[in-house]
Write a protein that binds this ligand. Sequence first.
Ligand SMILES: *[C@@H]1O[C@H](CO)[C@@H](O)[C@H](O)[C@H]1NC(C)=O
Ligand SMILES: *[C@@H]1O[C@H](CO)[C@@H](O)[C@H](O)[C@H]1NC(C)=O
Ligand SMILES: *[C@@H]1O[C@H](CO)[C@@H](O)[C@H](O)[C@H]1NC(C)=O
Ligand SMILES: *[C@@H]1O[C@H](CO)[C@@H](O)[C@H](O)[C@H]1NC(C)=O
Ligand SMILES: *[C@@H]1O[C@H](CO)[C@@H](O)[C@H](O)[C@H]1NC(C)=O
Ligand SMILES: *[C@@H]1O[C@H](CO)[C@@H](O)[C@H](O)[C@H]1NC(C)=O
Ligand SMILES: [Fe+2]
Length: 527
Amino acid sequence: MANVRVSCFLCLLLRNVVCVTGSNDPGFELFFKTNLEERQDVPIHFDNPLPSWLKGTLIRNGLGEFERGERKFLHAFDAFGKLSSWKFYGNGSASFSTKFLESDFYKASKSKNTIAPYLLFEGVTPGFNEVETLQALAQGIDNMNVNIYAFYNSNTTVREFVALNDFWKVYHIDKSSLATIESVTATVPKGGSGKGKFEFLNMLSSAHPLPEHGTEFHITFLSSVSLIPWVKSTISLIRMKDLRERELIASWEVGKVPYMHSFSVTKNYAVLFASPFYVNVLKMVESAKPFNSLDWNADEDTTVYVVHLQSGEVTVLKTENMFTMHHVNAYETGNNQLVVDVSSYKNPNFVSDLQIDVLMNKTKRNGFDAHAFLKRYLINLHKRTIAVYNFSSSTNAPFAAFLDMPVINEQFRHEKYCYIYGLVLKTDNISLSNIAIVKKNVCGDPSGDRYWSAPGHYPVEPSFVPTPGAAREDDGYLMFPVIDGPRRKSYLAVLDARTLQLINKSYLPTIVPYNLHGRFFGDNDLK
Ligand SMILES: *[C@@H]1O[C@H](CO)[C@@H](O)[C@H](O)[C@H]1NC(C)=O
Ligand SMILES: *[C@@H]1O[C@H](CO)[C@@H](O)[C@H](O)[C@H]1NC(C)=O
Ligand SMILES: *[C@@H]1O[C@H](CO)[C@@H](O)[C@H](O)[C@H]1NC(C)=O
Ligand SMILES: *[C@@H]1O[C@H](CO)[C@@H](O)[C@H](O)[C@H]1NC(C)=O
Ligand SMILES: *[C@@H]1O[C@H](CO)[C@@H](O)[C@H](O)[C@H]1NC(C)=O
Ligand SMILES: *[C@@H]1O[C@H](CO)[C@@H](O)[C@H](O)[C@H]1NC(C)=O
Ligand SMILES: [Fe+2]
């Protein structure tokens, strides 16, 4: 009896050791497993009381359902969008909500119990037939599962919340209930192209608009792929004045349309990095799968467009061959110099590693070269040159410069700043599931770099919440949902942004699958 108990105890202990070292990645698959549960304002508890200044809502967008009926999605980018929110009432109480984005795509799929024919990054298995492929091309992208923004309408003083993808169309959502109100396809300003038979090809945009300095507006771009040989494709820079109103800043012709996910804005300029990762129109029309229709030219430089926000003047420069999903921040230093910080990659190969069958197979996912390189591009507009500077990691956080999903204190947007927070996968270079939240100092002494991780716990992109009236840039909290693998539960983690120490956590009533982007909207913020 005693022996059995001892060996059982031992085996439990061993199992724990295995769990704790993460060699089984317990629970990692929950990131990519359907969770149909929805919740509304369920009270959640932090053992450590929350400060009373914490008043607002953290809203995040991400993935919720990976199949419907007979059909499965192939790529993580395609899963049905699911929103999550955490309300902080300013009296120490908080609550959690989660709800599917009720897009036309989601509703059509639900009612027919299949994945309806809409444009997806990599399509479905079993695949769409020919008729459905044409329908998918005609419907375009409708699954706004990437990001959340608030657009302020200065005339009505109303802040309207939207869910976005890399597309012109957005979904207007209700901040409190997370209900989907309606889709909004703003009128494309004259000169900005858009519209046409395969409308979606004219409507490629960014899931990461940026606030325009000194205004309540946002800036985005619109890429229009021409299907007619003698008509050039265009890229336009657009001012988003509110949920519906758009203004053209500049529009210029391009030979090929690059895939761009984000860009930078300083006080006076927008900076777009057009990596040589081009939309192949013929493949696109034939397959209706962007995944199969993007050509990477490894020998070609990246074209950099610098657009003056007031005059619309476009300066075209070149820099090294590279690919980026996420720009971090940018600012001007005088002498016509711009500083642009980017999470860069040597190529876009990692995009194919985000297929669900790769992510769900430990052997395959551990072959994923998941590290970005944090780089600074110094643009000299006078000399028309771009110098590249690599950031390196320090011993305190040896992998910090590999971060992607970059986040800053938004009060330092367009300004000289010091701290980038982000996510690093595969911190041991072995297991993709070893994930850390990192803090990188880019204004000086990298000994201030920090990281947070816990074995068998899988965090996603953090959101920074500044302490009101703070003197320091890093005075605030980082908040993000984490999957606790061994317990198979999600919790919201709250870190002190100065130290990256866990202050407290609150387990959630249901699992939050992989989550992309979001932000904290203070009750008194405008954007
Ligand atoms: C949360 O706060 C309580 C009370 O201060 C503390 O006992 C607990 O250790 C904290 N939890 C974490 C994860 O820091
Ligand atoms: C805090 O405010 C919320 C919303 O008004 C309320 O539901 C909750 O009960 C309050 N909590 C406390 C501890 O007073
Ligand atoms: C506000 O109202 C003015 C005057 O009606 C109008 O020109 C402007 O476009 C409106 N701005 C927004 C952001 O709706
Ligand atoms: C996972 O991928 C490896 C390598 O491609 C393959 O040999 C193995 O059969 C896969 N496992 C499962 C369960 O599909
Ligand atoms: C900068 O990083 C790139 C990887 O993106 C590397 O190939 C290059 O050698 C680095 N340059 C310097 C000067 O360290
Ligand atoms: C992981 O690889 C990088 C080079 O890409 C190296 O600098 C780093 O030291 C390695 N980390 C570990 C934990 O082996
Ligand atoms: Fe993104």
